[in-house]
Design a protein around this ligand. Structure first.
Ligand SMILES: [Cu+2]
Length: 148
């Protein structure tokens, strides 16, 4: 009699484990989506602050584009020039490697501003990663560009 009870207990444990495994699987997409929304906040708090000032709404027409970035020193809240600003543009593609494009970065009209000249050849959401490679003033920010 003891053996039968033990067996029943084991079966009960197995089905519970199976049930919770299924639950974990259905919750996974939500958990994966959450960190993406936090990315911009996390990036903004590390090192220099990098903002996209043109276009303000991050909406860019397809083709040749000129964007303006501004780098701000969080200690003084003033624009600051950094030695080297790296800009990487890519578009995630279903079942393919991400699409990339060229980006030429030049100092802009005012201190701490940088012009980004690029060509976005496809409509949709592009991801622009901007990184200050200045050892004294590091910083990184990610922007989602809506290309129309
Ligand atoms: Cu694409």
């Amino acid at each position: 009699m003891k053996k039968v009870l033990l067996l029943l207990a084991v079966v009960g444990l197995l089905s519970t484990a199976c049930g919770s495994a299924n639950q974990a699987e259905t919750e996974a997409p939500d958990a994966a989506a959450a960190p993406a929304a936090e990315t911009t906040e996390a990036a903004a708090s590390a090192g220099v602050a990098i903002a996209l000032i043109t276009p303000e709404d991050a909406s860019v027409p397809m083709g040749d584009a000129e964007l303006v970035l501004q780098v701000v020193d969080p200690a003084t809240n003033e624009p600051v020039a950094v030695e080297n600003l790296e800009v990487d543009l890519s578009m995630p593609m279903d079942g393919m490697d991400p699409m990339t494009t060229m980006a030429v970065v030049e100092p802009g009209a005012e201190a701490g501003q940088y012009k980004v000249m690029t060509n976005l050849g496809m409509e949709g959401m592009w991801m622009m990663t901007v990184k200050s490679a200045d050892a004294a003033m590091p910083g990184e920010a990610v922007f989602n560009l809506d290309v129309k």
